[in-house]
Design a protein around this ligand. Structure first.
Ligand code: FMN
Length: 223
């Protein structure tokens, strides 16, 4: 059984280019959390060579034999704050992060079913944690919301965090990166630092009040 460390945070980056704004965001967020006293599990998925492809064994009942999957999953459970930093690519996370979700947000770590009542909704195993997603994009808000319908909002807040019991989650969007000035990007980094520290404070408060509770149900029948 993995115990929860109140001041731990997982920060996951999905961007292949070290000079990207996403890398700057990742560094800023990790720095803010460390300054606030958190133990930070910081992972650059590309730099670590994470394999996003789900295996047949993992899809069944067998636990993963990939040490990266196992350590990411352990850290996910230990962390009070779960942070993801990535660009909007086709209204989705980059494939490497989709693979992280497929392989790490798995039963029994992130959600599970009651073997006695398999028809019942899954139980989210990450309840009580705080979720925070930083996204960058090149689409104006009006077009993203009106035409594309911002699929990442549903993906993160409902399909991933909500399903796994993380009700206290939010996304922070920085756009339009391609048209942004150095001053705007500096302000975005400051906002990211502020949001990370504020979310950590919320996570610690939740830890204190729930004392490590890890239950909660989500709807959706077999899903
Ligand atoms: C494969 C790919 C797909 C993209 N798809 C979208 C998209 O659907 N919507 C959007 O607004 N921007 C899209 N973009 C632009 C990126 O979101 C943008 O380049 C990035 O957020 C800028 O941050 P960065 O400088 O850290 O890369 C895409 C970029 C790439 C490379």
């Amino acid at each position: 059984m993995v115990s929860r460390t109140p001041a731990a945070a997982s920060v996951i980056l999905a961007h292949p280019y070290g000079g990207s704004f996403n890398h700057a965001l990742f560094a800023e967020v990790c720095g803010a959390l460390r300054e606030a006293g958190a133990r930070v599990y910081a992972h650059d998925l590309y730099a670590e060579g994470f394999d996003p492809v789900m295996t047949a064994e993992e899809l069944g009942k067998k636990p993963s034999v990939d040490p990266l999957v196992l350590s990411y999953a352990r850290e996910l459970l230990e962390s009070s704050l779960l942070v993801f930093v990535h660009p909007n690519w086709w209204g989705q996370p980059p494939a490497i992060l989709k693979g992280y979700i497929d392989r790490v947000f798995r039963p029994p770590y992130a959600y599970d079913f009651d073997p006695e009542r398999p028809e019942k909704p899954a139980v989210g195993m990450l309840s009580g944690k705080v979720g925070l997603v930083f996204n960058t994009s090149n689409t104006e808000a009006q077009r993203e919301d009106g035409y594309f319908r911002d699929p990442l909002e549903w993906e993160w807040l409902r399909c991933v965090f909500g399903f796994c019991g993380v009700d206290n989650a939010r996304r922070v969007l920085f756009r339009v990166v391609s048209k942004s000035s150095p001053e705007e990007r500096a302000a975005w980094l400051a906002e990211a630092r502020f949001r990370a520290a504020a979310s950590l404070a919320e996570a610690l408060a939740a830890d204190r009040s729930t004392a490590g509770a890890a239950d909660g149900t989500v709807g959706g029948g077999a899903r």
